[in-house]
Structure formats: structure tokens, C-alpha cells
Ligand binder design. Structure first.
Ligand SMILES: Nc1ncnc2c1ncn2[C@@H]1O[C@H](COP(=O)(O)OP(=O)(O)OP(=O)(O)O)[C@@H](O)[C@H]1O
Length: 796
């Protein structure tokens, strides 16, 4: 049953606003009535289907199941407490050609020439926009899906280019109740009429209301307030590479997520389960994970942190970060050569234990006679096997064949049989005889072992081998850094169940997997997908359906190594090795790549750009720029822009749309042991009292554990995080601890540090996380604050 609408109490005094709310409530009631009808239909179908069992043609059954499924999805959406199932409306002039599209709306973008006469316009079409499309019994649109072409003018129209839109309305509702409306008049010069009466225009600032809301630890969708420049990206054609640049807070992540939902809507068959979104950190994955389900796309898209992309066996995930200098070595494209040499070297070095192979050779018995290959023979056979082009593990059958060839030759076999048929028969018997020998199999396993990426990486912890494999590719000090890190990894792995891989190690493991090859597993018969059989009503049992969806998402992630569309968030941070890793997952994909060079924490932009070009291939590019900062108030953006000017002189920052009147606060910890922690704690408490939502305390990466200690017991609204972990996230208030320490670098004699170029960009990220308030705490020993407490790096 439909919920009771908001009804104004005394007709005469009803304000224009109340009247409009009532009218929207009526519409929403109709939508819910219609959906309930659909649910009854679905229930009937289910019932009918159950009675009839599986009678009917496969096509008819599939169609029925699809219908039931769609109805179930609708109801499920409705029952989830959405703030706004229906969130928008546009009132339109008559279109030029009068043609209607599949969604029942007129397709024409431009108004008919005579749609406006004498400054008066008649509204000929009103469309409501929502999360899903709903048709009435006559197939007229009650709600247009936000992704449908007919909804585009809701987002795109501006007073400069209004198209057919006269009035755009944002409807705020919770569940089945309309709470308010906000209008924009896009053709203020017109006296427009609706049903003969003047068009009412209510309120302002739906966008501002959305931006000012308190933040939680989950991102919200922006479906009701997507801006025109963002909509262009979301709906860009998929058949190429869509590249989006934009400063902090311009909605790149939000746009990327909405684009995934849009692509699924456009071509579900192609994209379902085949979209990969790569995120820089697990924190950002957790933060953004709820957006696609709220857009109705649960379990259809894999959102994975760059440190969790490796799907090898065993599956490992990054748990740590490297020092910047080590990261620089591991991320460099030069590692490709080092890894190839290491994998090859591991095969070259592999040999059975001395005791098993007298003199380092191979001895087998064939047809009752001893046949031997000495160390030199074996080396030659191996080199010849290594001449193959397949990945190393897949060369093993070739190595085995060449080994048997060599043994056969040594046995004198080829000389004994002149008749080719007899020779072939004798050779087959010889091979069988030798292969049956346990000693031969054991030898092969040790001489050409099946290598694992983890095993090769561990072999690289041997200093002498690593020097050899890295010769003329890495500088000696780079080899030292790499060795130190890998040796620590191996040591740690001996104590724990698994080595603590860093984000950069993951790309190395993935590269090694490509070098080694994954042995072909016998194909498992594909199990029936429970979601394929899921009908609408099962979908309504939230626990069960969610579980099935989760399982399905996990299975898809496992099965799939390549995707139809790859979306890369924070692309500016990817190292060449990471680009190679992602590139392997999208060799035949179309791409959306979003990023901001000013926030890059990778010091070698040229090399990364080259790797990016290679990963994206020669597909045509479409470039977009986002220019408006929706996150930071102007007061916070102004401070961050000072750092941007140091990090990238001349770079134009995005324009902040809001102002709160709250100036950032600067404070300096007393110069005493333990004082920094106490100051940070006190300032965090202060911020917690000032904002309703979250507080992020951002420190240099090497201070994360310490900072968590400072904040112990302050509750869940406050979190401590390292500067690199802050990527993409936002908080109501942020507290940035010691800008100088985050920006890194050494000050020249007695002078404060100017930061490193990379460090300054990381500091820029830290300073652009706040949606309301920013506090900066200076370390007196590093930050050189002036008398207002403003640290050296944040002064103009
Ligand atoms: N059109 C919009 N309507 C409402 N909120 C928006 C809109 N666009 C962006 N936002 C909000 O602005 C904030 C910043 O968006 P987002 O995180 O996507 O930006 P970003 O460009 O990825 O930032 P960064 O580069 O700093 O990670 C988010 O809270 C997002 O919901």
C-alpha cells in the first residue's frame, strides 16, 4: 500500500512550497502504487511458474524469469531506505521532431521553433528522474532512469545552454515521503506555464545542501546533483580511452563510480562482471564500496586496491609500504629486466642435490643399459630449452623433450634403427622407459622446477645473485636498497605465515607471474550460477541474496583476469610496474582513467607516462577536465593552493564553490618530549566537538603507529592515517601534523626544509581532505612557524 502523502492542512493558506511538495508526493505515490502492481504480477508469475514446473519453451521461461527478476530488484531498491528513489524532475518545451524514445520520453534535445511565442512557453513534457526507470500501465514513463538519454538534460542543461529545459527540480525524499523541492529556472526570461498556470519556482541550493552534509566513513552517491562537466564524463562513449584530469575534490572518484553504473546500464551484457575499478588503497575501496550498490549495481563491478590485484596462488595482499627510495626502485620499469633475469637465473641455478646426481650429471637406465649426461651436457640442454618463447614454467615440457632427445642420442639409439618407423617406435619405447623411472622424474622436478613468483622474489634476496641479475640495469645503491627490503621480507616470512608484501611487491609478483606463466589447469565444469536462477522474490530476502551476490562477485573476481572496461582512480600515482600489472587486465578493454598530476606521489612522471601509454595502447583518447572543487571550503582550498604553487608553479587550482567563513587553525606543539602527541590529541578533541561527522588526523607515513596511540580512546569518528593513505578520502575536519615532515627533504644549514617535489604533492593531498575545518599542528623543530603559527611551507 502506498504511504500517506504529505498533505497541507488548510487549503487556502497552503504555501507554494507545500503545494509543490504535495504534487510531488502524489507522483511518488503513483510510482509506489505502480511498483506494487509489478510486484503482485511478479508474485503471480512466481506462483504460476512453481505450479507449472519447468513447462514452456526455454525462451519463454527465460523471459519470465527476467521479468520476475526485474520486479524483485525494483522492490528490493524500494525497500532499502533510500533517501531519494525519485530525486529529480525537468519541465520541457515541446521538442523539434516529436519523436519518442524507448523510455517513452521525447528524444529531441532542441525545442520546436514555435515552442516559445511572445515570451510565453507552454510546458509540453514533464519527466521525473530516479534511480531506476518505471513505466505506468500505458507504458508512459513515471520515472526515467538517471542513466537514460532522456535524463541527460537534467544534468547538462545550464542557463547558457538550456535546450528544452525550462525548470529543473531536485526533489528531496526519504523512503516514501517527499521532504522538499529545490528549483532552478533555466530560462528565466520566459513566462512559462504549466497546465495554464504560472510555473512556480522554489528554493535554491540543492547542491550546496548536499556538499554541506556531515561525512561518514562511506562515500555517498551524487546522483541527484551531478554537474554538467561531470555528466559529460559519465556518459562519454566507452569505445576508447576516457582520460579525466581534475584537482582535489572535483568529483573524479564519484564520476568514475557513476560511470561504471552508466556503462552497465548502456550495455549490461558486455559489462556485467567485466568492469574493474582500481583504487589506490584498501581504505578508499572501503570508503567507496557502498556507492555502486546505492546506484542499484551490486556485485557487478570489481573494486580492488592496487595492492590486492594479484591473483596468484597463494593469493596475497599488500600489508605495507616501502620507504620512498625503495619504492622508487621497485616501481621502476627497469625491474622488468631484473625480474626476467631472476626467473631465468632461478631455472639456470636449479639442480638436484649432489648426492642424487653423481658428478652433477644425470644417470638413467634404459633398456637395461646405463645412459649418462654430464654437467656440460645438461647445461647445453637447458640453454637450448630456455631459447623457447613461452613463459618459463610452460617451457618445462620442452625441457623434458630436449632432455630425452639428449639421452636418446647418448644411448646411440638414432644409429641403431635405419627404418624411420622402427626408429620412431624404438624412440617411443625409450621415452616411456626413461619417464617411468622415478629417478628421472625426481631429477626433472629439481632441474626444471615449477617456479612461483614468491619463490623467485625470495631468490632475489640473495645478494650475489641479485647483483648479477641487476647488473647494468640498477645502480649499486639501488641494488642495496632492493636487497635490504627483500631480505627483510624473507626473514619476516620465516616468522609469520606469509611475508608482509608491500604495495610495490605486489606488482613485482604479478610481473613474475606473467614471466613464469600459469600452468593450464584442467577446465572445471562451470557450476550453475545461483544468481542466474535467482528470481525476484528470492532477491527480496536480503540476507540470502546479499550472500549469493557476494559469492558471485568473489567468483567472478577469481575467474576473471581480463576485463571489458578498466577504470583507474588516482592514476597519477601508478608506477610503471603497476601500469604493466593493470595493463595485463585490460588488453582488450576500453578504459576510463582519472587523476591529478598535482597529487602524484610518484617521482618519475616521464617513465610512468610511457608505461601508461603502453598499457592503454593505441586506442583513441578523449580528454576531459573537471574544474570545480566540491569538497573543500574556499578557506581550506586557499591554504592548499599555497602548497600547490610551490609543488607545481603555474598550475591552476580547481575553483572551490563553497565558503564556510571558518579560517583554518594553526597551532604549534610546545618544544618538549611528548608534547606533540598531547597537542594533537587536544586539537582532535576540539575538532570532534566542532563537527558532527568524521575527523582525519594525517601524519607522515613513518608516524602512523605513534599517531594511533595519541588518539587512543577518542572513538570511531576520529582516525589516524599516513599521508599516502589519505589519498581520495575526506573528513569533516582534518588535522595535518607537521607539514614539513610530510613534505620530507632536509633543510640547508639552519633553514627549514622546502620539501621534496613529491613530498609537496603529498602534502597538497593531505591539505585537501577537509569538507569543513582544517587544523595544522606544527612541530617546532621542523616547521618553522611564524608568530601566527603558520608553518614555513604554508606561507605565501
Ligand atoms: N556533483 C556533485 N554533487 C554533490 N557532491 C559532489 C559532486 N561532485 C563531487 N561531490 C562531492 O565532492 C567530494 C569530492 O569528490 P571526489 O572524492 O570524487 O573528488 P576527487 O576528484 O576524486 O578528489 P581527490 O582527487 O581529492 O581524491 C565528495 O564528497 C563528493 O561526493
Amino acid at each position: 500500500m502506498a504511504a500517506q502523502g504529505v498533505r497541507a492542512s488548510n487549503g487556502a493558506a497552503e504555501s507554494a512550497r507545500d503545494r509543490e511538495i504535495t504534487s510531488e508526493q502524489d507522483h511518488l505515490d503513483r510510482v509506489y502504487d505502480r511498483l506494487e502492481e509489478k510486484i503482485h504480477e511478479a508474485e503471480f508469475l512466481m506462483d504460476d511458474a512453481a505450479k507449472r514446473g519447468h513447462v514452456g519453451t526455454p525462451g519463454a521461461l527465460a523471459e519470465r524469469d527476467a521479468q520476475v527478476f526485474r520486479a524483485g530488484v525494483h522492490l528490493n531498491r524500494l525497500n532499502s531506505e533510500f533517501e531519494d528513489f525519485l530525486f529529480g524532475r525537468i519541465d520541457l518545451l515541446r521538442g523539434k521532431d516529436g519523436v519518442r524514445g524507448a523510455d517513452g520520453a521525447m528524444t529531441s534535445v532542441e525545442p520546436a521553433d514555435d515552442a516559445v511565442a511572445d515570451g510565453r512557453a507552454e510546458i509540453s513534457e514533464t519527466l521525473h528522474i530516479g534511480r531506476l526507470g518505471v513505466l505506468d500501465a500505458e507504458y508512459s514513463p513515471l520515472v526515467i532512469d538517471w542513466r537514460a538519454p532522456a535524463a541527460a538534460p537534467f544534468y547538462r542543461s545550464t542557463p547558457l545552454a538550456p535546450g528544452r529545459v525550462v525548470r529543473r527540480r531536485v526533489i528531496r525524499s526519504k523512503g516514501r515521503r517527499v521532504l522538499g523541492v529545490e528549483d532552478d529556472l533555466l530560462r528565466p526570461e520566459l513566462r512559462a506555464t504549466l497546465d495554464g498556470a504560472e510555473l512556480p519556482v522554489i528554493g535554491d541550493g540543492a547542491l550546496m545542501a548536499a556538499l554541506g552534509q556531515a561525512r561518514t566513513h562511506s562515500m555517498r552517491d551524487i546522483v541527484s546533483s551531478i554537474q554538467a562537466e561531470q555528466d559529460l564524463v559519465i556518459r562519454a562513449p566507452a569505445a576508447s580511452v576516457t582520460e579525466v584530469e581534475g584537482g582535489p575534490g572535483t568529483g573524479k572518484t564519484a564520476v568514475a563510480l557513476h560511470r561504471a553504473a552508466y556503462l552497465l546500464y548502456q550495455d549490461r551484457r558486455r559489462y556485467a562482471g567485466g568492469i574493474l575499478i582500481v583504487s589506490p588503497t584498501p581504505l578508499l575501496v572501503a570508503y567507496t564500496e557502498g556507492v555502486l550498490p546505492s546506484l542499484g549495481e551490486e556485485g557487478q563491478v570489481a573494486i580492488r586496491a592496487i595492492g590486492s590485484l594479484y591473483d596468484g596462488v597463494p593469493h596475497v595482499t599488500a600489508t605495507g609500504y616501502d620507504e620512498p627510495a625503495t619504492a622508487r626502485v621497485k616501481g621502476s620499469g627497469r625491474m622488468t629486466t631484473v625480474l626476467r633475469r631472476a626467473a631465468r637465473g632461478a631455472i639456470e641455478q636449479a639442480r638436484p642435490a649432489r648426492a642424487a646426481t653423481p658428478g652433477g650429471g644425470l644417470r638413467v637406465v634404459a633398456f637395461g643399459a646405463r645412459v649418462e649426461l654430464d654437467e656440460g651436457d645438461l647445461r647445453r640442454v637447458k640453454q637450448s630449452a630456455l631459447g623457447g618463447t613461452a613463459p618459463l614454467n610452460l617451457l618445462r615440457p620442452r625441457a623434458r623433450r630436449l632432455l630425452l632427445d639428449a639421452l636418446w642420442t647418448r644411448s646411440g639409439g638414432p644409429r641403431r634403427h635405419l627404418d624411420p618407423e622402427l626408429a620412431a617406435e624404438a624412440r617411443r619405447a625409450f621415452d616411456e622407459d626413461v619417464s617411468d623411472e622415478d629417478a628421472f622424474t625426481a631429477f626433472l622436478d629439481a632441474w626444471w622446477p615449477e617456479l612461483t613468483p614468491a619463490g623467485v622474489l625470495a631468490a632475489m634476496a640473495d645478494e650475489r645473485s641479485l647483483h648479477r641479475w641487476a647488473r647494468r640495469v640498477l645502480r649499486p645503491e639501488e641494488v642495496r636498497l632492493l636487497h635490504r627490503s627483500l631480505a627483510a621480507l624473507v626473514r619476516g616470512g620465516q616468522e609469520a605465515a606469509q611475508p608482509a608484501y608491500s604495495v610495490h611487491d605486489i606488482a613485482l609478483l604479478d610481473e613474475l607471474q606473467a614471466v613464469l606463466g600459469v600452468p593450464a589447469l584442467p577446465r572445471k565444469p562451470r557450476e550453475a550460477d545461483p544468481l542466474d536462477q535467482l528470481t525476484g522474490l528470492e532477491e527480496l530476502m536480503p540476507g540470502h541474496a546479499a550472500e549469493i551476490r557476494r559469492e558471485r562477485a568473489e567468483r567472478l573476481a577469481e575467474e576473471r583476469r581480463e576485463y571489458a572496461h578498466v577504470i583507474v582512480d588516482e592514476a597519477q600515482d601508478l608506477t610503471p610496474m603497476q601500469w604493466r600489472m593493470i595493463g595485463r587486465r585490460g588488453r582488450h578493454a576500453t578504459w576510463t582513467v582519472v587523476g591529478d598530476a598535482a597529487q602524484s606521489s610518484w617521482p618519475e612522471p616521464e617513465e610512468a607516462a610511457e608505461a601508461r601509454r603502453e598499457a592503454l595502447g593505441s586506442r583513441p583518447r578523449r580528454r576531459f577536465e573537471l574544474t570545480v572543487n566540491y569538497r573543500n571550503p574556499a578557506e581550506v582550498a586557499e591554504i592548499a593552493d599555497r602548497v600547490l604553487a610551490r609543488a607545481m608553479p603555474g598550475k591552476v587550482p580547481p575553483r572551490a564553490v563553497r565558503s564556510t567563513g571558518l579560517e583554518p587553525r594553526f597551532t604549534t606543539a610546545p618544544d618538549a618530549p611528548g608534547a606533540l602527541g598531547a597537542t594533537v590529541r587536544a586539537e582532535a578533541e576540539r575538532l570532534l566537538a566542532e563537527v558532527d561527522g568524521t575527523v582525519g588526523v594525517i601524519v607522515a607515513m613513518d608516524r602512523r603507529a605513534e599517531a594511533a596511540g595519541w588518539l587512543a580512546g577518542l572513538g570511531e569518528r576520529v582516525v589516524a592515517l599516513g599521508s599516502l593513505e589519505a589519498k581520495g578520502l575526506e573528513y569533516d575536519a582534518t588535522l595535518v601534523v607537521s607539514p614539513a615532515r610530510i613534505a620530507g627533504g632536509e633543510g640547508a644549514a639552519g633553514k627549514p626544509t622546502e620539501g621534496t617535489p613529491t613530498g609537496l604533492r603529498v602534502l597538497y593531498v593531505a591539505l585537501t581532505r577537509a569538507t569543513q575545518r582544517l587544523t595544522v599542528v606544527c612541530d617546532p623543530a621542523l616547521d618553522a612557524p611564524d608568530e601566527q603559527g603558520v608553518p614555513h611551507l604554508l606561507r605565501t
